[in-house]
Structure formats: structure tokens, C-alpha cells
Design a protein around this ligand. Structure first.
Ligand code: UDP
Length: 381
């Protein structure tokens, strides 16, 4: 028998499997898909370009322990993400910065707005759009309305099917107005992509004799939860169970279905060496897709390769059994529905809920790793 069962081989499950195995615990790691890595999974396509199957994953963190920990399982390619957004037909730097200001407004107007911004905010700070919209100053109000309309409103409608006001403000605050000139998408201390990709990183992490990996298997096939008792393969199981999937599914939809957002990923390989001016170009005003990512700008290939693979992302409602859940829905109503499941899960003292899907939180990769390390460290004390 195993000491611990872990459901899901994304970052949360894989980190816990690796950490616990390193202490000699035997782990059964169960993954519904036929590969590890969760939504970080990547592969080399026919042109030899490393593509991220579930959209661009750019690793960035200020957390040195997380960085050092992952560095045991991969070498890194230094990589600082750059994004542009097409506004009125022109690609400009995103997040909206002082540089963007000068690209979209006539010089005298941009100078005036810059002065106003610097009078209200410290240089090099970040202001969420919903905060900027509350400024009393008429010039800043006009700027906020412009940025809101051109960058946030339609993109957010496409991404979530809701306006920025209808979702948690923390979501749009991820892409703030930047009172500075740093053109990088992230400012974290550590920024890179795994040299041979995320899938290899996960494989390295999980190559431990104490980890038994069971692919193509859903939690429902091996686990049952009823009346505070967990059964594994039909037998009572007294070990710990770490669950990283969707909580409604684990608990038999007793409080209805949780809402998630999905994305249709549309890859295309073109017979050219270069497609667009930045690794990711957002389209906040036009088209049904939100953004296009060109992977050879993230994972370089030899210049002679006359091919480039691009990805267009088309957000969609999540439909159980038909597509993949990417993001929990960040409405208050959805969060309340989740709370009922979280309460029910506490009836199982050996059940641990962790990860973007199970915690129903907008974790970045480093957040997921941090959470898993914390859970592990809490146990080993
Ligand atoms: N967002 C937007 N316009 C943009 C980029 C982002 O309105 O051009 C908003 C949108 O609501 C999005 C959120 O900011 O869901 C977070 O964007 P981020 O790039 O962090 O999304 P992710 O890469 O996690 O999908």
C-alpha cells in the first residue's frame, strides 16, 4: 500500500510528490491525462519549436526558495517576457506605461499626462486600472477612460464574458498601469523558461523510485469519499490524500457545478522565420481571440529554421467533458459556490486541497510551487 495518494501531476501535485518521496514516503500519483505537467505541459512540434500546449507559461518569481528548488530539476534559459497590444491598429508596449502614453497620444498631450501621473503617483509604481478610474482629475479621468476602453474592456469581455467591474479587481490588477519605462511584462527578480521545457522539468522531478505514476486515470476510478471516510481501490485508506483537481467533481457535485473558464488553443505553423513584433501580441479591441504568442521568440531555434509556430487563444465557457478548465471564475457568486465545497472537504481530515483548480485561485506557477512547499514544510515540522 502507499503512504500518500496525490491526485493531479501539475505543479502542486508534482512538487508534493517529489518532496514527500525525498523523505522516503511512498506515493501514488494519479493523473487523468496521458502526460504529466498539467496545464504547463509542452512539447516540440514538427518544426522543432517548443510549444506550450495550454498557452504561454513564462516563469517569474521573487521567491528565491522556489527558484532554487525548481533549479534542481532544470537548467534555465533566461527569458524576460515582452507583450505588445494592438490599439487603433498599432502595436504598443503593454502594460500601459509612460512609453505607451507617448506612443498613443500627441507629444504635448502625452507630456501633460505624464506630468499629472507623476504628480499623483511615485515613479516606477503600478496602478490598477480600476483605481485610476477613480481619480478626480479630469485629465487622468480621460486617460483612465481611454486605457479602460482600449486595453481592458473588450479583452476582459472576451476572456471572462464579463466586464472588469463584474470580476475580482485583482484580475485586471495583474496588468497594471505602469508609472515607469520598464518594458518588461514582469518585474520579478527571477525570470526564465526551463531550457528543455516544462514537461522535462516535471519528468525529472518525478523520476524517484518512491513515486508510482498512474496516468490515464481519474480520481473517481480509484477513490471514494463518503461520510467522512476515504476509500482507495475499495478499501478504507488511512493515509493522506492530496487533491489538486476540481472540488465539485471529487464531492459528487453535491452543491452544483463550479464555474471555470476555458480557452480554445489554435496553433498554426507558418513557413517564415518571424511573425510578429513581440513574443505575445494582445488584441484588446478586435477579433475573437485575445492574443497571439510566437513560441520561437520564447524558446529560440536556429535562425536558419524557416518556420514559426503561433498560438491564437479563443476564450470560451468551460463545459464539463468537452473542454479544459483553465481559470476559476472570479465572480463573487462563483467564489461563494466554491466555499460550500471547501466546507464539505473539511469533513475529511486526511484530505488536503491544493492548487489552482482545487483552491479555486488564480495562482501563477510560482504561487503553486510556494503553496506546495508550505504544505510540505508544515507537515515535516
Ligand atoms: N487584461 C486586459 N487586457 C490585456 C491584458 C490583460 O484586459 O491586454 C486583463 C484581463 O482581464 C486578463 C487579466 O487582465 O484576464 C490578466 O491578464 P494576464 O495577462 O495576467 O492573463 P493570463 O496570462 O493569466 O491569462
Amino acid at each position: 500500500m502507499f503512504d500518500i495518494v496525490i491526485i493531479g501531476a501539475g505543479f502542486s501535485g508534482a512538487v508534493l510528490a517529489e518532496r514527500l518521496a525525498s523523505t522516503g514516503k511512498t506515493i501514488l500519483l494519479v493523473e487523468r491525462r496521458r502526460a504529466v505537467g498539467g496545464n504547463c505541459h509542452d512539447h516540440r512540434d514538427e518544426s522543432g519549436i517548443l510549444v506550450h500546449d495550454y498557452g504561454p507559461h513564462l516563469f517569474h518569481t521573487d521567491d528565491e526558495e522556489v527558484w532554487q528548488y525548481l533549479s534542481h530539476f532544470t537548467q534555465w534559459t533566461p527569458y524576460q517576457h515582452h507583450v505588445e497590444a494592438v490599439i487603433d491598429g498599432k502595436a504598443v508596449p503593454l502594460p500601459f506605461s509612460l512609453d505607451t502614453l507617448h506612443e498613443v497620444f500627441p507629444a504635448s498631450m502625452a507630456d501633460r499626462l505624464e506630468e499629472k501621473l507623476l504628480a499623483h503617483f511615485a515613479y516606477n509604481t503600478k496602478v490598477p486600472i480600476l483605481e485610476l478610474k477613480k481619480m478626480g482629475d479630469p485629465d487622468l479621468q480621460q486617460l483612465a477612460d481611454f486605457v479602460y476602453k482600449k486595453i481592458f474592456l473588450h479583452y476582459t469581455m472576451k476572456q471572462w464574458g464579463k466586464t472588469p467591474e463584474e470580476i475580482d479587481g485583482a484580475v485586471t490588477a495583474r496588468v497594471p498601469i505602469y508609472i515607469g519605462r520598464d518594458r518588461r511584462y514582469f518585474q520579478d527578480r527571477f525570470q526564465a523558461v526551463p531550457k528543455d521545457g516544462y514537461t522535462v522539468l516535471f519528468q525529472n522531478m518525478l523520476a524517484h523510485p518512491c513515486i508510482k505514476l498512474l496516468l490515464n486515470t481519474s480520481a473517481q476510478e480509484i477513490l471514494t469519499l463518503a461520510n467522512g471516510e476515504i476509500r482507495l481501490f475499495g478499501q478504507p485508506f488511512a493515509g493522506e490524500v492530496i487533491y489538486t483537481g476540481m472540488l465539485d467533481e471529487l464531492l459528487g457535485f453535491s452543491h452544483g457545478e463550479l464555474s471555470y473558464r476555458s480557452v480554445r488553443m489554435d496553433f498554426e505553423t507558418l513557413p517564415v522565420a518571424h511573425y510578429q513584433p513581440a513574443p505575445t501580441v494582445n488584441y484588446p479591441c478586435n477579433y475573437d481571440f485575445t492574443r497571439i504568442t510566437e513560441f520561437r521568440q520564447i524558446h529560440p531555434v536556429p535562425e536558419a529554421v524557416q518556420a514559426t509556430t503561433i498560438l491564437r487563444e479563443y476564450p470560451q465557457p468551460y463545459v464539463r467533458g468537452e473542454n479544459t478548465a483553465y481559470y476559476p471564475l472570479f465572480t463573487q457568486e462563483a467564489q461563494e459556490a466554491y466555499s460550500a465545497y471547501a466546507r464539505e472537504a473539511t469533513r475529511y481530515p486526511h484530505l488536503h486541497i491544493i492548487g489552482r483548480l482545487a483552491d479555486y485561485r488564480y495562482y501563477d506557477m510560482d504561487d503553486a510551487v510556494r503553496r506546495a512547499l508550505d504544505l510540505f514544510q508544515g507537515w515535516s515540522r
